[in-house]
Design a protein around this ligand. Structure first.
Ligand code: SF4
Ligand code: SF4
Length: 378
């Protein structure tokens, strides 16, 4: 079976259990858990003291990074007493009740257009719509406090999914590896959740059902691909046309009748097959330099899909060792460009032709890390 340019072997395919997500494993799996992982999480609460530290990992870098996470942390802790981590293991439950009569829909084409306009006004940078696909819904979710897996239940009437993506700040990402670059990640989550919650509330205000979700409930990348937001890449991320891999993704499950987008293709698979830059520059060598395969590297990979898989164990151990998330594979990706600039618009066109080899060469030469202190000086 072929789906979104990835081959699925239904005899081996199993829905992913969120207990096996590397962040959840870092709480229950002794092969991942360590003093370093404990410190990694503590530093998100209290920035480390300003002893002699590498550039980009100082007190103020962590202070800024953690402030970027503030809104996301606020919502993920909002129902903590019930063992829920909204946006991470559980969908958001903060919406106000809809008190309005169901809005009378005259045309689903017009409604879909309007939903996309409203989503953008509410802050989303990219919007797509796809049908609900149970394959991507976690088989179980995970309760971090009780260390148990739970049924992952979603209202069966939610037949459509609106997928939104928000750009992460390029200048900050360009300083990776650094705690400073983690501010782009935190802000990405915080901004994305604001758009997702507001859009869900708009749908509820129309008298329909809507559930906003981030990393919880279902795998975001396959849904984003099905909703036409981008293509899958070697670094295990979504590559979008406008922002490359520099996005955060949210989804809204809804019963609103909407028209579906189609997956898009703009040459990412061909580019990745000869580029390898992320694989070469990943410090713990967590990214495969081979062809896509069915191989499950460890329990944090979904089974039964032929694709490039990332070794999340190596990746997360590196994050813990530097006590901050890493976005090197986003920074170095040639699709991480400001495509508003003419030169990059031309490069984007060339990327889908045999001349892409020249781009790969040039990118290695010009695509360098920006020093965190220069970012602060600006
Ligand atoms: S986030 Fe960093 S460590 Fe993880 S795969 Fe990307 S480059 Fe490698
Ligand atoms: S760095 Fe190169 S190989 Fe890696 S995801 Fe980007 S285009 Fe693909």
């Amino acid at each position: 079976m072929k789906k979104q340019d990835q081959i699925i072997d239904k005899t081996k395919f199993k829905r992913f259990n969120q207990k096996n997500d590397i962040f959840n494993r870092s709480l229950w799996d002794n092969s991942i858990k360590s003093d370093k992982t404990t410190k990694f999480y503590q530093d998100y609460v209290k920035p480390p003291e300003d002893k002699k530290r590498p550039e980009g990992f100082s007190h103020k870098d962590y202070a800024f990074r953690n402030s970027g996470w503030f809104m996301s942390d606020f919502f993920s802790n909002s129902d903590k007493n019930n063992g829920r981590a909204e946006g991470f293991t559980d969908y958001f439950s903060v919406q106000k009740k809809g008190t309005f009569k169901k809005y009378k829909i005259k045309s689903t084409t017009q409604l879909t257009k309007e939903i996309k306009i409203v989503a953008k006004k509410l802050g989303a940078d990219l919007v797509g719509v796809t049908k609900f696909n149970k394959d991507w819904v976690y088989s179980h979710k995970y309760n971090r406090d009780k260390n148990i897996e739970l049924k992952n239940e979603l209202d069966p009437e939610l037949k459509n999914v609106i997928v939104i993506a928000n750009e992460m700040d390029k200048d900050l990402i360009d300083t990776a590896p650094s705690a400073l670059s983690g501010a782009a990640t935190g802000l990405g989550y915080s901004n994305d959740l604001s758009s997702a919650l507001s859009l869900a509330q708009y749908i509820i205000n129309l008298g329909y059902k809507a559930v906003a979700s981030q990393n919880d409930t279902a795998l975001s990348i396959p849904l984003a691909i099905e909703a036409g937001l981008g293509e899958y890449a070697r670094n295990g991320l979504l590559i979008t046309k406008k922002f490359g891999p520099r996005v955060r993704i949210s989804k809204i499950f809804t019963d609103l009748p909407l028209e579906h987008d189609k997956p898009i293709s703009f040459g990412v698979k061909n580019y990745c097959s000869i580029c390898q830059r992320c694989a070469n520059e990943c410090p713990p060598r967590a990214i495969s330099s081979s062809e896509p395969s069915f191989k499950q590297i460890n329990m944090s990979n979904i089974t039964g899909i032929k694709k490039w898989s990332v070794n999340a164990e190596k990746c997360f151990k590196f994050w813990a060792s530097q006590s901050s998330d890493c976005t090197i594979c986003i920074r170095v990706c040639p699709y991480n460009k400001d495509f508003n600039k003419l030169i990059h618009k031309i490069g984007f066109r060339i990327s889908n032709t045999p001349l892409r080899k020249i781009l790969i060469f040039l990118d290695r030469y010009f695509g360098k890390r920006k020093k965190p202190n220069i970012w602060w000086a600006k």
